[in-house]
Design a protein around this ligand. Structure first.
Ligand code: 3PG
Ligand code: MG
Length: 397
């Protein structure tokens, strides 16, 4: 399938290996890591490198620092967390410049099987511009380069694409798994194959719908974006979220689905409330009952029944985007009931990262689905059928 070198194609013994991981983890204001999924997801590759006697130097970005180094974006807490998870010392190579003489010196003292972590690559402004000098500085540290940062692979930055120009490279186990599971679903799905799409905006999902319409047997739409589709179909949707400049596009997508024989499901009822708060009075109404004052914040129970019935009939299911405002309990049932149905069905179930990954985590069903992507934007672009620059840059087999 993918013609890229993988970890197993590299001769690692005694080599210095630069590894791009995605340690862009959510942090509390106290600097605590609130979700370590992405760190755990990198362990298989790191352990393999250690077991094969490599010197491992990890690099990642964290957040979006705008003006150089900032303490709240330091990777130091990640070094600690990784050390706990892997049960080994991690040398945190602190430098405002990410790479400097001191970092090079400390790194040159590292022994085979030891692990170091560089400071946030976005502390250097060249990083996001894929600056050549910075790419060279990073590459000069190592003999080989491994990209295991699936979540960053839709970016073309120095630390994931730039460095690949100067070193023999390979993808890590996480990238390999993400591409294999999602790629198989798209190219060779067991049928029926359905996509469940949600999230606030149609505009975020146009590319995904456009690509998936050519592959799936059905599309189920919930979340904020459903109201744009329903309005396009002529329904009164009150004050629900609508992108008025996307109504024509929504009509075109519905038309395209019809022409291709793809079943397109929209909500038939909703939870409406005055405000998007926990204690705002709410009720269930049919989509035929909206007044100009109603705002929808979740799909309703009859919609859930229809969606669950479709899930139970399917053999491959891709889910991207929550069905409602699941962060608020009274609007969370749509999202969590879909998560539950996915956890039970005998099918390949793939959760495309970002908000749906947090939703499945929060629902408690994360371990009962086939795959939860570690990528937000990256998994979206993958599902859109786009080439991911971080992966395209890796050496061919
Ligand atoms: C992500 O969390 O989506 C990735 O780590 C990429 O981060 P970015 O959107 O700031 O480039
Ligand atoms: Mg992002």
């Amino acid at each position: 399938m993918l013609n890229k070198k993988t970890l197993k194609d590299l001769n690692l013994d005694g080599k210095k290996v630069l590894v791009r991981v995605d340690f862009n983890v959510p942090m509390s204001s106290e600097g605590e890591i609130t979700d370590d999924t992405r760190i755990k997801a990198s362990l298989e590759t790191i352990k393999y490198l250690v077991d094969h006697n490599a010197k491992v130097i990890l690099m990642s970005h964290l957040g979006r620092p705008k003006n150089g180094p900032e303490k709240k974006f330091s990777l130091e807490p990640v070094a600690k967390k990784l050390s706990e998870l892997i049960g080994k010392d991690i040398k945190f190579l602190y430098s405002d410049k990410v790479v400097d003489e001191n970092v090079k010196k400390k790194w040159s003292e590292l022994q085979n099987g030891e692990i170091a972590l560089l400071e946030n690559t976005r502390f250097r402004s060249e990083e996001t511009k894929n600056g050549e000098e910075f790419s060279k500085e990073l590459a000069s540290l190592a003999d080989l380069y491994v990209n295991d940062a699936f979540g960053t692979s839709h970016r073309a930055h120095s630390s994931n694409v730039g460095v690949s120009k100067y070193l023999e490279s390979a993808i890590g186990f996480l990238v390999e798994k993400e591409i294999e599971v999602m790629g198989n679903a798209l190219e060779n799905p067991k049928r029926p194959f359905i996509a469940i799409l949600g999230g606030a905006k149609v505009s975020d999902k146009i590319g995904v719908i456009d690509n998936l319409i050519n592959k799936v047997d059905g599309i189920l739409v919930g979340g904020g974006m459903a109201w744009t589709f329903l309005k396009a179909e002529g329904y009164e949707v009150g004050k629900s979220l609508v992108e008025n400049d996307k109504l024509d596009l929504a009509k075109q997508l519905l038309q395209k689905a019809m022409e291709k024989g793809v079943k397109f499901f929209l909500p038939i009822d909703a939870i409406v409330a005055d405000e998007m708060t926990e204690d705002s009075p709410s009720k269930v109404i049919s989509i035929k009952e909206f007044t100009p004052e109603d705002s929808a914040f979740d799909i309703g129970p009859r919609t859930i029944d229809v969606f669950v019935e479709e899930i139970e009939k399917s053999k491959t299911i891709v889910w991207n985007g929550p069905m409602g405002v699941f962060e608020i309990e009274q609007f969370s049932k749509g999202t969590f009931d879909i998560a539950k149905a996915l956890s039970k069905v005998d099918a390949i179930t793939i959760i495309g990262g970002g908000d749906s990954a947090s939703a499945i985590e929060k629902s408690g069903y994360k371990d009962s689905v086939t795959h939860v992507s570690t990528g937000g934007g990256a998994s979206l672009e993958f599902l859109e059928g786009k080439e991911l620059p971080g992966i395209a840059a890796i050496s061919d087999k």
